[in-house]
Design a binder for this molecule. Structure first.
Ligand code: ZN
Length: 393
């Protein structure tokens, strides 16, 4: 089933390989150990709210046992790992409370033992934890993937559509019961949609990511703004815990400071966690969506966003399963560009069997991407008809 492995991640033999991981200790002291195929340089730092230890590494290939990281031990609640940018990988430990990193060291392979990364942590209090953060000399940063340096349009007047497959790299998004990651499903959909749009010849298309790379939420917004995109479509897939019953079908979301219903609010909260999951320091980011100023420009953008969302729901009705309330609004960080009409599509539920079957199907993907393309056509046709010259930037 080739559809289940999408898309291939470059796995070059030259990258060090993480082969195993162990967490030992108790609620006072915990040691985190990763085996590597060769010795590597690492830098560890801590972040508050929620408490995390972030370990930055050169790009490595993770070949850890399945479910590694789902449950920790001692001070480590759980952990994640993956690519954070080209050339850089990251491990993020969620800790049960404030911790002090006592020691971080790497050992070369010796005496039949693989090379190892060792992190020793001790429980501490919040004040000391925050003081240590202030003293940290490693400034956590993610290389900006040139997101704000937009290439010139070369006089090309066709509208630019920005496709934004959610998550990526260290942030896998939600997971199906059988282990498929949202980040792969939505990337496959984004690439299929891009190909269709390019083939039509009517649009320029740019993608916030076209491989398994992590992109912070605000950079996705900046990416679209810097390029003066005419439309921004963020692509996701949802899931709900079994205890909350069943849900199915596609939904389309627009930005609103107040969620249209409890489910929309929950979803925005989950999707907005992407940066926290990846160990991004949010202290300098005004991410409180409720504080977004709804100025005049945004009011117009809002109307266009809603118009496209309606077009999209209309097209979906003929081609795929829909959620019973398919048009919703909530405070998604990724939708907050004040000057780019933006919607977030949840293609379906990874937790629902029939939805997952669709999401993994090439045929469904193609059919559904067709309906998004039709909705894009309808959207720009209306804009050109409604406002002279509004079809461009
Ligand atoms: Zn998502």
């Amino acid at each position: 089933m080739t559809a289940h492995k999408l898309p291939p991640v470059a796995e070059t033999a030259t990258f060090p390989v993480a082969t195993d991981v162990r967490v030992g200790g108790d609620d006072k002291q915990t040691r985190f150990v990763v085996d590597f195929s060769q010795k590597i340089d690492v830098a560890a730092f801590t972040l508050a709210d929620p408490y995390r230890v972030v370990i930055d590494l050169p790009q490595v290939v993770f070949k850890l046992p399945p479910q590694a990281g789902d449950r920790g031990r001692g001070l480590v609640k759980a952990f994640r790992y993956g690519l954070i940018m080209q050339g850089g990988s990251r491990i993020v430990l969620d800790t049960k409370g404030p911790v002090r990193v006592d020691k971080t060291f790497t050992l070369a392979a010796a005496d039949g033992q693989p090379a190892r990364l060792v992190i020793d942590m001790t429980a501490t209090d919040r004040d000391s934890f925050l003081r240590n953060i202030a003293l940290q000399d490693h400034v956590p940063h993610i290389a900006k993937a040139n997101v704000s340096e937009a290439p010139a349009a070369d006089g090309d007047a066709r509208p630019l559509v920005v496709l934004d497959p959610g998550h990526g790299g260290i942030d896998s998004g939600t997971k199906s019961g059988s282990g498929q990651d949202e980040k792969d499903v939505v990337l496959a959909f984004g690439l299929a949609l891009r190909d269709k749009l390019l083939k039509s010849g009517k649009y320029r298309v740019a993608m916030t990511r076209s491989d398994d790379t992590f992109i912070p939420l605000t950079e996705r917004v900046q990416f679209a703004r810097a390029r003066k995109a005419a439309l921004f479509i963020s692509i996701h897939a949802d899931s709900i815990p079994r205890s909350e019953g069943q849900a199915e079908g596609a939904s389309v979301y627009t930005l609103s400071a107040k969620a249209s219903d409890a489910e929309a609010g929950r979803l925005a909260e989950v999707e907005n966690k992407s940066d926290v999951i990846a160990g991004v320091d949010l202290t300098s980011e005004p991410n409180d969506v409720a504080s977004i100023l709804i100025d005049l420009a945004q009011r117009e953008t809002k109307a266009f966003s809603l118009q496209f969302a309606r077009d999209l729901v209309g097209e979906f009705k003929g081609s795929t399963r829909m959620h019973q309330h398919p048009l919703k609004a909530a405070g998604f960080i990724v939708l907050k560009a004040p000057d780019v009409p933006s919607v977030l599509v949840e293609l379906g539920y990874m937790s629902t069997k029939d939805d997952l079957k669709n999401l993994m199907s090439k045929e469904w993907r193609s059919r559904t991407a067709d309906s998004v393309a039709h909705a894009i056509d309808a959207f720009f046709a209306q804009r050109v008809a409604g406002r002279t010259g509004a079809g461009g930037n």
